[in-house]
Design a protein around this ligand. Structure first.
Ligand SMILES: [Zn+2]
Ligand SMILES: [Zn+2]
Length: 126
């Protein structure tokens, strides 16, 4: 599988016991299924382990449009993350795959962490 953005080969990486993602050896973009992404959101430190790319490069590559899915070749659609509208993901309408540019998983996780803290503070304030 080659990276749809920088065309470097992607390598399979396992996280935990049952999450598999593909990571680009060039730009460190991540490709996985939506279900795996949902699991990564909940996994402690998944961003630290997996999201090792240059966020500035990731932000630049996030501007690319009409990028083909690395798995099935269908043109992916830009979708906003439901939990953070500032994050734009590339989603494949055919095979349920999703591509994250470098830095996006980290952004996602930092939002989640902030939400946890906010909930905690709200509880303590009661
Ligand atoms: Zn790449
Ligand atoms: Zn696809």
């Amino acid at each position: 599988m080659d990276c749809p953005k920088c065309h470097a080969p992607m390598e399979a990486i396992e996280f935990g016991t049952d999450i598999e993602v593909q990571r680009c050896t060039g730009c460190s973009g991540l490709f996985c299924k939506w279900q795996a992404l949902q699991q990564l959101r909940d996994e402690w430190l998944s961003d630290v382990v997996l999201d090792k790319g240059n966020a500035a490069q990731g932000a630049k590559q996030n501007e690319m449009r009409d990028v083909p899915c690395p798995d099935c070749g269908t043109t992916m659609e830009s979708v906003q993350d439901q939990e953070n509208a500032r994050i734009t993901l590339d989603s494949c309408p055919a095979c349920d795959g999703v591509f994250l540019d470098a830095g996006e998983l980290t952004n996602m996780k930092s939002v989640t962490l902030m939400d946890h803290v906010r909930h905690l503070l709200a509880k303590l304030g009661r």
